[in-house]
Design a protein around this ligand. Structure first.
Ligand code: NA7
Length: 539
């Protein structure tokens, strides 16, 4: 069996599939390792009830760059696709492009060490195998290492226990059961209404309320889909040049300076339309102007108070500790109205913290609860958690985890000094989770493939970001982040959900289009900031 490849790619979600396809076009030998037993990444693991994409499905797919044929052949059934349909799509893509034959499933990477003498990466896997490759590309996703907080007593709990990010493959039936959900991020907001429909009683433990926007999901009619398909070339170009990877109509202007009636009308129109339009197509300064942000935050709080019947519950659900969009605003379907059901209770764990998990349920500072099942919707050690678990070690025995002990340091989020020929897809300090993901991913994979092709042309087999270029990128990244309100809010975007994690903005907030231009400029200048040489010894 071959154990040496031109490239090893880790992960077979959107990122891994796109990278494999791009590298194949360069006639490279590629091996993909995927820890799941199928393709899909995030969509393979997150099978909890209600799991759905918050990007509109017609834009949550590979673009015409990847395959115009697939773009034409695939038709989504809903405005926001549910997890099973996205997984079907990714399987469809995999089979259409015959990608499966290069993917080794059920195999996790346990180590990846740069071998300086041979200018190759040595990759070890949990099946005991060792594989070598010139290039190593991580396509491990941004939210792939689950966060299970270390609640005291967790080991003693005797009931059913689930984490939304590692959901069983068999359907879970909550009928007639007493269920707890801990966590009200985008995942909890999707799962809670579905679980409430089944459970005898559901208790939701909330630490921080979010500004949840109505999704207004609906089946897609043929006419609309045909219209979108006809416009795809322009729509994708628009998405690539946009701030957040979506082809929405950017409306410049400050909310704070707008007349109140105009503001109200715009907010209401976008609210009625559903989806992220309210943040993206009304005014453009929510992330940089607190006064503007207050206007939209107030608007959403009013909608929550209108919807939730019990005033005390409504007050708990109305966020006041952070500005809108400084944490990821979830899209909701029946979330707020779920609290009008008789079988649902909301507990504020800021006021009455969870003291311990018990054998039969949990105890807060105020009360004992018994549960048949506890669902942890407690999120992920995002952006760096999975990279650190892989044992990536660069030049001079430097571990990635040590290099980034005080926070990530990258060049364009795609490379990092000291780790030759290592490329990261949607790495920290790239737009990643602040983009509609497929758009960010395609830019990353195309750029990486472009660099490798260029290396061939100039006879190089060694690439490494210079320390100076990296310093420049980190400085720019931080400057852009500092100009926003994002660092002031506790969110997983800044690592606040994981005790001890360095606080810094993990994704790049300068915009998808701006980032694309910067990367294109770097490429045009012969990959400025990256040392390209020939190092492989002649055997
Ligand atoms: P999130 O957004 O990180 O949400 C996790 C939730 O769990 C959130 O409400 C947290 O409260 C809560 N949480 C986390 N740790 C604890 C502890 N220790 N005690 C109590 N509550 C806790 O993860 P999701 O899976 O919902 O969404 C992740 C992304 O997936 C989402 O942003 C989209 O991009 C798709 P907190 O808000 O931290 O106070």
């Amino acid at each position: 069996m071959t154990t040496d490849f031109d490239a090893v790619v880790v992960g077979a979600g959107f990122g891994g599939l796109s990278m494999l396809q791009n590298l194949r076009q360069l006639d490279m030998s590629v091996k993909v390792f995927e820890r799941g037993d199928g393709v899909g990444g995030t969509w393979y693991w997150n099978r909890y009830p209600g799991a759905r994409c918050d990007s509109e499905s017609v834009y949550y797919m590979f673009s015409d760059h990847f395959s115009p044929q697939i773009l034409d052949e695939w038709t989504w059934s809903e405005r926001f696709a549910a997890q099973p349909e996205i997984l079907d799509y990714l399987n469809f893509v995999t089979d259409k492009m015959d990608l499966r034959r290069d993917i080794q499933f059920g195999t996790a990477v346990t180590g990846a060490v740069y071998d300086e003498a041979n200018n190759r990466w040595e990759i070890t896997t949990d099946d005991g195998g060792t594989t070598t490759a010139r290039y190593l590309v991580t396509a491990v996703g941004c939210i792939s290492t689950t966060n299970l907080p270390a609640f005291p007593g967790l080991a003693d709990y005797a009931g059913e226990r689930y984490h939304t990010g590692a959901w069983p493959h068999e359907p879970v039936d909550f009928s007639g059961k007493r269920v707890a959900v801990i966590g009200t991020g985008a995942t909890g907001v999707q799962a809670i209404p579905e679980i409430a429909k089944q459970a005898a009683h559901l208790v939701v433990f909330q630490r921080t309320p979010n500004y949840d926007i109505p999704a207004r999901n609906r089946p897609l009619d043929t006419e609309y889909v045909q219209e979108v398909k006809a416009e795809y070339p322009e729509l994708w170009e628009k998405a690539r040049a946009s701030g957040f990877g979506l082809p929405y109509q950017v409306v410049e202007g400050s909310a704070a300076e707008a007349p109140p009636e105009e503001r109200q009308q715009r907010y209401q129109r976008a609210w009625d339309k559903g989806g992220f339009y309210i943040g993206l197509e009304t005014y453009s300064d929510f992330l940089v102007n607190k006064d503007s942000n207050d206007t939209i935050s107030d608007f959403i709080r009013s909608r929550i108070r209108e919807t939730v019947r019990d005033p005390a519950t409504a007050e708990l659900l109305a966020p006041s500790d952070h500005p809108f969009s400084t944490k990821r605003p979830p899209l909701e379907t029946d979330y707020y109205v779920t609290y009008n059901r008789d079988n649902v209770t909301l507990v504020d764990i800021n006021r009455t913290p969870i003291a311990t998990i018990t054998r039969d349920g949990l105890r807060t500072s105020e009360q004992e609860y018994a549960f048949d099942a506890i669902v942890f919707a407690t999120g992920f050690d995002a952006m760096t958690g999975t990279l650190f678990k892989m044992g990536i070690t660069g030049r001079d025995g430097l571990a990635l985890e040590d290099k980034w002990a005080d926070g990530p340091s990258t060049y364009l989020g795609l490379t990092t000094h000291g780790f030759p020929n290592l490329f990261m897809i949607t790495g920290p300090q790239s737009p990643s989770v602040l983009s509609n993901m497929p758009v960010a991913i395609e830019q990353n994979t195309e750029w990486i493939a472009g660099l490798i092709e260029h290396m061939r042309e100039v006879g190089a087999d060694y690439s490494e970001a210079t320390a100076e270029a990296e310093r420049g990128w980190v400085e720019h990244h931080n400057q852009v982040a500092d100009a926003t309100l994002l660092l002031g809010t506790n969110s997983w975007w800044v690592g606040a959900n994981i005790p001890g994690k360095p606080r810094t903005l993990y994704p790049y907030v300068g915009g998808v289009g701006a980032f694309r231009d910067i990367c294109a400029d770097v490429a045009r200048k012969g990959y400025e900031g990256i040392t390209l040489t020939s190092r492989t010894p002649v055997r």
